[in-house]
Design a protein around this ligand. Structure first.
Ligand code: FES
Length: 171
Protein backbone atom coordinates (compact mmCIF):
# COMPACT_ATOMS: atom_id res chain seq x y z
CA UNK A 1 0.00 0.00 0.00
CA UNK A 2 2.94 2.33 0.59
CA UNK A 3 3.44 2.51 -3.17
CA UNK A 4 0.30 4.67 -3.37
CA UNK A 5 1.91 7.18 -1.04
CA UNK A 6 5.35 7.11 -2.61
CA UNK A 7 4.07 7.46 -6.18
CA UNK A 8 3.44 11.25 -6.12
CA UNK A 9 6.81 11.74 -4.39
CA UNK A 10 8.59 9.77 -7.10
CA UNK A 11 6.68 11.66 -9.80
CA UNK A 12 7.62 15.04 -8.30
CA UNK A 13 11.27 14.06 -7.89
CA UNK A 14 11.40 12.90 -11.49
CA UNK A 15 9.71 16.07 -12.71
CA UNK A 16 12.30 18.13 -10.83
CA UNK A 17 15.04 16.40 -12.82
CA UNK A 18 16.26 13.79 -10.35
CA UNK A 19 17.34 10.28 -11.20
CA UNK A 20 14.71 8.09 -9.59
CA UNK A 21 15.27 4.43 -8.79
CA UNK A 22 12.15 2.84 -7.37
CA UNK A 23 11.94 -0.40 -5.45
CA UNK A 24 8.46 -1.76 -4.85
CA UNK A 25 7.51 -4.98 -3.15
CA UNK A 26 4.73 -7.08 -1.75
CA UNK A 27 4.18 -10.44 -0.13
CA UNK A 28 3.16 -11.97 -3.45
CA UNK A 29 2.65 -10.90 -7.07
CA UNK A 30 -1.13 -10.50 -6.82
CA UNK A 31 -0.74 -7.88 -4.09
CA UNK A 32 1.59 -5.65 -6.10
CA UNK A 33 0.05 -2.32 -7.13
CA UNK A 34 0.94 0.61 -9.39
CA UNK A 35 3.82 -1.11 -11.17
CA UNK A 36 3.12 0.57 -14.53
CA UNK A 37 2.59 3.96 -12.93
CA UNK A 38 5.85 3.69 -10.96
CA UNK A 39 7.69 2.62 -14.11
CA UNK A 40 6.61 5.81 -15.84
CA UNK A 41 8.09 8.07 -13.15
CA UNK A 42 11.28 6.06 -12.53
CA UNK A 43 14.56 5.75 -14.38
CA UNK A 44 14.71 2.23 -13.04
CA UNK A 45 12.06 0.12 -11.35
CA UNK A 46 13.00 -2.90 -9.25
CA UNK A 47 10.39 -5.30 -7.93
CA UNK A 48 10.59 -7.76 -5.07
CA UNK A 49 8.14 -10.30 -3.67
CA UNK A 50 8.54 -12.14 -0.38
CA UNK A 51 7.54 -15.45 -1.96
CA UNK A 52 9.52 -14.98 -5.17
CA UNK A 53 6.40 -15.11 -7.36
CA UNK A 54 7.58 -11.99 -9.23
CA UNK A 55 10.86 -10.10 -9.47
CA UNK A 56 13.52 -10.47 -6.80
CA UNK A 57 12.81 -13.21 -4.26
CA UNK A 58 13.06 -11.40 -0.94
CA UNK A 59 12.58 -8.05 0.72
CA UNK A 60 12.98 -4.61 -0.79
CA UNK A 61 15.70 -3.94 1.80
CA UNK A 62 17.86 -6.64 0.16
CA UNK A 63 17.34 -5.01 -3.23
CA UNK A 64 18.43 -1.67 -1.78
CA UNK A 65 21.49 -3.27 -0.16
CA UNK A 66 22.41 -4.84 -3.52
CA UNK A 67 22.06 -1.46 -5.18
CA UNK A 68 24.36 0.16 -2.63
CA UNK A 69 26.84 -2.70 -2.94
CA UNK A 70 26.87 -2.27 -6.73
CA UNK A 71 28.24 1.25 -6.23
CA UNK A 72 25.10 3.16 -7.15
CA UNK A 73 25.34 6.65 -5.68
CA UNK A 74 22.21 7.29 -3.67
CA UNK A 75 21.58 10.75 -2.23
CA UNK A 76 18.27 10.14 -0.51
CA UNK A 77 15.85 7.32 0.21
CA UNK A 78 12.11 7.63 0.76
CA UNK A 79 10.66 4.53 2.39
CA UNK A 80 6.95 4.08 2.95
CA UNK A 81 5.23 0.91 4.06
CA UNK A 82 5.04 -1.38 7.07
CA UNK A 83 6.95 -0.16 10.13
CA UNK A 84 9.29 -3.21 10.24
CA UNK A 85 10.24 -2.57 6.62
CA UNK A 86 10.94 1.12 7.18
CA UNK A 87 12.99 0.23 10.23
CA UNK A 88 15.13 -2.23 8.27
CA UNK A 89 15.59 0.23 5.40
CA UNK A 90 16.86 2.79 7.92
CA UNK A 91 19.27 0.20 9.28
CA UNK A 92 20.54 -0.41 5.74
CA UNK A 93 21.09 3.28 4.90
CA UNK A 94 22.44 4.50 8.25
CA UNK A 95 26.00 3.14 7.89
CA UNK A 96 26.30 4.94 4.55
CA UNK A 97 24.80 8.20 5.85
CA UNK A 98 22.14 8.14 3.16
CA UNK A 99 19.39 10.53 4.23
CA UNK A 100 16.24 8.45 4.70
CA UNK A 101 12.73 9.80 4.96
CA UNK A 102 10.03 7.61 6.48
CA UNK A 103 6.28 8.16 6.51
CA UNK A 104 4.90 7.09 9.87
CA UNK A 105 1.51 5.56 10.51
CA UNK A 106 0.85 5.53 14.26
CA UNK A 107 -2.64 5.26 15.71
CA UNK A 108 -4.45 8.55 15.13
CA UNK A 109 -7.61 9.83 16.78
CA UNK A 110 -8.37 13.49 16.11
CA UNK A 111 -5.71 14.26 13.49
CA UNK A 112 -5.43 17.85 14.73
CA UNK A 113 -2.53 17.69 17.18
CA UNK A 114 -4.72 17.79 20.30
CA UNK A 115 -5.23 14.18 21.48
CA UNK A 116 -1.60 13.00 21.45
CA UNK A 117 -2.51 9.52 20.19
CA UNK A 118 -0.10 9.76 17.26
CA UNK A 119 2.92 10.83 19.29
CA UNK A 120 6.28 9.47 18.23
CA UNK A 121 9.81 10.14 19.38
CA UNK A 122 12.15 11.64 16.79
CA UNK A 123 15.66 12.61 17.81
CA UNK A 124 14.59 12.37 21.44
CA UNK A 125 11.76 14.86 20.94
CA UNK A 126 8.05 14.09 21.05
CA UNK A 127 6.35 14.81 17.76
CA UNK A 128 2.74 14.50 16.72
CA UNK A 129 2.67 12.65 13.43
CA UNK A 130 -0.59 14.21 12.27
CA UNK A 131 0.68 17.77 12.40
CA UNK A 132 4.50 17.44 12.53
CA UNK A 133 4.73 14.60 9.99
CA UNK A 134 4.00 12.12 8.71
CA UNK A 135 7.45 12.36 7.12
CA UNK A 136 10.45 12.27 9.44
CA UNK A 137 14.18 11.60 9.35
CA UNK A 138 14.12 7.81 9.69
CA UNK A 139 17.50 7.66 11.37
CA UNK A 140 16.12 9.65 14.30
CA UNK A 141 12.86 7.74 14.81
CA UNK A 142 12.43 5.57 17.91
CA UNK A 143 11.03 2.54 16.09
CA UNK A 144 10.82 0.41 19.23
CA UNK A 145 8.42 2.92 20.81
CA UNK A 146 6.40 3.25 17.60
CA UNK A 147 6.08 -0.53 17.33
CA UNK A 148 4.93 -0.94 20.92
CA UNK A 149 2.37 1.88 20.57
CA UNK A 150 1.01 0.35 17.36
CA UNK A 151 0.36 -2.88 19.28
CA UNK A 152 -1.62 -1.11 21.98
CA UNK A 153 -5.03 -2.19 20.70
CA UNK A 154 -4.06 -5.57 19.20
CA UNK A 155 -6.49 -7.50 21.42
CA UNK A 156 -9.40 -5.19 20.66
CA UNK A 157 -8.60 -5.26 16.93
CA UNK A 158 -8.55 -9.05 17.02
CA UNK A 159 -11.89 -9.11 18.80
CA UNK A 160 -13.34 -6.67 16.27
CA UNK A 161 -12.10 -8.83 13.38
CA UNK A 162 -13.68 -11.90 14.94
CA UNK A 163 -16.88 -9.96 15.61
CA UNK A 164 -17.05 -8.89 11.97
CA UNK A 165 -17.50 -12.54 11.02
CA UNK A 166 -20.55 -12.94 13.24
CA UNK A 167 -22.98 -12.35 10.36
CA UNK A 168 -24.07 -8.82 11.22
CA UNK A 169 -21.55 -7.46 8.67
CA UNK A 170 -22.53 -9.92 6.02
CA UNK A 171 -19.37 -12.05 6.32
S1 FES B 1 -4.01 12.17 16.03
FE1 FES B 1 -4.36 13.30 17.82
S2 FES B 1 -2.57 14.49 18.06
FE2 FES B 1 -2.30 13.46 16.19
Amino acid sequence: MGVGVVYPIAAALKKAGNKVISIIGSRTKDLLILEDEMKKVSDQLLVATDDGSYGFHGFVSAVLQNLIDSGEKIDQVFTIGPVPMMRVICNVTQPYNIKTIVSLNPIMVDGTGMCGACRVSVGGETKFTCVDGPEFDGHKVDFALLTSRLRMYCDQEKQAMEGSRCGCHGN
